[in-house]
Design a protein around this ligand. Sequence first.
Ligand SMILES: [Zn+2]
Length: 263
Amino acid sequence: MGYLNPDQQKEIRLKQEQKLSKSYYDRVNYFCQRKRLGYDKRNHRVKGLSCNNWSCARCRPKMKQELFYKVVTASMVFGLDKHIILTVPGRNYRNKVTVEESFELLRYDFMKLRKVLKYHLGDIEYIAMMRSQTDGYAHTHMLANKFIPQAFLKKKAGKYPNIGFTSIRQNTDVAKYLTNDFWKDHEYVIPDGKRHYSCSRNVAPYMAKNNEKSEDIKSFELNDNYNIFSQIEKVVYDESKYPVPLETMLCYLKPDIRPRIGG
Ligand SMILES: [Zn+2]
């Protein structure tokens, strides 16, 4: 058996990483609509609540849609009609840095670059979205309200080792991004636990989670160490003094499986 040179090792590792994260994103989170339940007092119904993870194939389309409307609204309110793209450098860099590291490092340099831009141009309103390129490595789509001359951006960004390609365009490019790349699924395959967007302070209220949960719904999390049915029974009884709904009881007739309830 021969040895693998660093390039070959790198290639194998990259393929494994990609395979891992893609398949991870292609499935529905096992706990989605199983772990957290909601008891709807008004309709006397128990239902499984969505997990709201970007990696969950059931939740992601809905979350993308929500993010899209928020981004569009904020863009109109703050005039975020400039589209800035930052990517990590090319091949040599990527041979040394893993996909996961690239997200951490780009975020770090992006934060520093933002401070420099603020120093020269004043406050900038923006939304920045960390995404994956087709090979998995990090890049940022930033929508901003201030025009930054390309040469200036390139010069400033050039001081940071984790930023390679930069581009800034206006108007049609924002629309093009929001109707094309924004929706591409591979863009969302980013390391677990990394934030999918960040924004300036004034924009933040427009990006906040809308709490659409009605006051009639009592949400609770199941604890695997206790009998599931009695946990549901307790919540339903505490809230309404009714017994558990029949359809929910039927779900738990076979105690070795935990079925998905409601939806
Ligand atoms: Zn989910």
